[in-house]
Design a binder for this molecule. Structure first.
Ligand code: BGP
Length: 469
């Protein structure tokens, strides 16, 4: 749709950027932190692990000063559960409490709004050993952890994100990693884990509303619209199948209090439906998120299933992610979109389209908590010329502005990432940050922070509230 004039980005728009604890902090065993499942994962030998990462744990003051200089109005980071409750439950580690208190205060000093993710893939390993998300005990542990966070930081944090990309964890568990000799749980087990995550999330949301009257809380899912490969009706049905199973089934539960009807039928028919205990339905109902946080990288294009094993294939450029399911959908190519070096589809219009769909479905303000392009950035004469990142973000911001013009309520944009962090599968070969972190896969060097071209560009965008895009 064309408009005579476009809407401006709203006043007070949260121009931000994101990181997560395990990818940015390092200091994996310091100041009382216990190992998380991520620390115990078997890691590809040719890439950096998460032990030192970008050393944000020690350098957060310098980093936040640089974020402030870039003009950030918000900083999205995650708290490592293993720093707060090293045994998963019980004993509170005061050094961990102090650390995030200091990070929050440092943000506030510069007028940066802290946006806190409570859980970004890094379950305490001691809880994993007791059954992890397959056990209802972990729900209780998460609620205890949530209470510690809300009690300690409720007065200083307004924006809370419950769980990062629950849909990625459940649908593509191999994408996050596996402990040594570990095996990927069955689909049945994964959907039971999913149910427990949903219960944990619902209880955390209710607790937040009870303990933090000013707090606003929402889920952070990886959402993406699907296109049918052709106008063949069966392709549209398949695209809808996967859009529901991948996205709406995860977002409906926190907002509407129950699973999407189509997804629920799919789960029942394949005997994948989780065990529902007395009180679960009441627990899920009424969680009432205040906003929907959304990570958006790309769209997918889908064709009807052929009904045989040829439906299943590895995602282009990423052997960790299998797409397609017999009798449900098959991944197809889209000739109208570009791709990153890593095979991820680049689709700014798809961003607008996804935003429209999310808003139409949930009528909640939307906070973008990830979006960005991974690339093997090069440091040349002390500079990083990442024009591809500028192009990517400019196009996505323009599409987002069109979505705002369409009537979608977007409250902030926090691209991935504020600074270079460890990419889960490609270490420091694949970078996303506005700040270059000068280290190699194994040589930590001095980890100097260097402003990339995109840093200066984003600084200008923020300074005029996106008017010059
Ligand atoms: C998202 C995760 C982030 C980040 C990002 C980029 O799914 O929430 O933690 O890793 O993807 O992924 P990658 O580093 O694998 O390219």
């Amino acid at each position: 749709m064309y408009y005579a004039s476009q809407k401006a980005f709203p006043e007070g728009f949260l121009w931000g950027a994101s990181t997560s604890a395990y990818q940015a902090e390092g200091a994996w065993d310091q100041d009382g932190k216990s190992p998380s499942i991520i620390d115990m994962y078997e890691h590809p030998k040719q890439y950096a692990d998460f032990k030192s990462a970008s050393d944000h744990y020690h350098r957060y003051k310098e980093d936040i000063r640089l974020f402030a200089e870039m003009g950030l109005k918000a900083y999205r980071f995650s708290v490592a559960w293993t720093r707060i409750l090293p045994d998963g439950t019980g004993r509170v580690n005061q050094a961990g409490i102090r650390h995030y208190h200091d990070v929050i205060q440092e943000c506030r000093k510069y007028g940066i709004e802290p946006i806190v993710t409570m859980y970004h893939f890094d379950l305490p390993y001691c809880l994993e050993e007791k059954g992890g998300w397959g056990s209802r005990e972990t729900v209780e542990a998460f609620v205890e952890y949530a209470r510690v966070l809300f009690t300690n930081y409720g007065g200083e944090v307004t924006y809370w994100l419950t769980i990062n990309e629950q849909n990625t964890m459940i649908l593509h568990p191999g994408a996050i990693g596996l402990p040594k000799d570990g095996k990927i749980p069955s689909k049945k087990e994964l959907y039971q884990q999913n149910h427990h995550l949903m219960l944990a999330q619902a209880r955390a949301m209710k607790l937040c509303h009870e303990l933090c009257p000013e707090g606003r809380i929402g889920p952070a899912l990886n959402l993406t619209a699907m296109y049918p490969e052709t106008c063949r009706p069966e392709d549209s049905i398949a695209a809808h199948n996967w859009e529901v199973i991948r996205c709406w089934n995860f977002a409906d539960v926190p907002v509407f209090g129950w699973y999407h009807p189509l997804a629920w039928r799919y789960l029942q028919d394949r005997e994948l439906a989780p065990e529902i205990k007395e009180g679960d339905k009441e627990c899920l109902a009424g969680a009432r998120p205040d906003f929907m946080a959304m990570n958006y990288y790309s769209t997918a294009t889908i064709a009807a299933s052929r009904g045989d094993a040829s439906d299943v294939s590895a995602r282009a450029g990423d052997q960790q992610i299998m797409l397609g399911e017999e009798g449900v959908y098959r991944a197809a190519e889209n000739p109208y979109v570009a791709k990153t070096k890593y095979g991820w589809v680049i689709d700014p219009s798809g961003f607008r389209y996804t935003l429209r769909k999310v808003y139409e479905r949930y009528h909640l303000p939307i906070l973008i908590t990830e979006n960005g392009i991974g690339a093997p950035d090069r440091l040349e004469n002390g500079q990083v010329h990442d024009n591809y990142r500028i192009d990517f973000i400019r196009q996505h911001l323009s599409a987002m502005r069109l979505a705002i013009t369409d009537g979608v309520e977007v409250i902030g944009y926090c691209p991935w990432a504020a600074l270079d962090v460890v990419s889960t599968h490609q270490g420091y070969q694949k970078r996303y940050g506005f700040l270059y972190v000068d280290r190699d896969e194994f040589d930590l060097k001095e980890m100097r922070r260097i402003k990339k071209d995109s840093y200066f560009w984003y600084q200008k965008v923020i300074a005029d509230n996106g008017a010059s895009l």
